[in-house]
Ligand binder design. Sequence first.
Ligand SMILES: [Cu+2]
Length: 130
Amino acid sequence: MQQRRSIMTFIALITLVALVTGCAVKTTPGTMTEGTTFTVTAMGMAFDTATITVPAGAHLTITFRNNDEGVFHNIAFYMSSAATTFIYKGARITGVSSITYTFDAPTTPGMYFFRCDVHPTTMTGQFIVQ
Ligand SMILES: [Cu+2]
């Protein structure tokens, strides 16, 4: 009986650790954007998110805010980091201003790529379709 109880305690502990770890991964602030309607901001020559995660085939509405005064930025989505084939190229805008991009996500789940075409080496991220 004593042994059974300690096994139950052990299982409960493992479950708790798994739950806490799972939550911690999901709530990392400021680095992930998810959904079909969301805002991405460019500020200080950087995006405010490292990943954009969307459902496959979803119609997306993205509000793009450029907070860098007098600087051009955009968001462009590509099949890969080679950036040879684009999925959608958002119009470039000068800060401070914002624009709404609407397009359909790829129907095939996978890891794609996004970047600012004006700053293609420094403003980049993963476009995750799931
Ligand atoms: Cu830029």
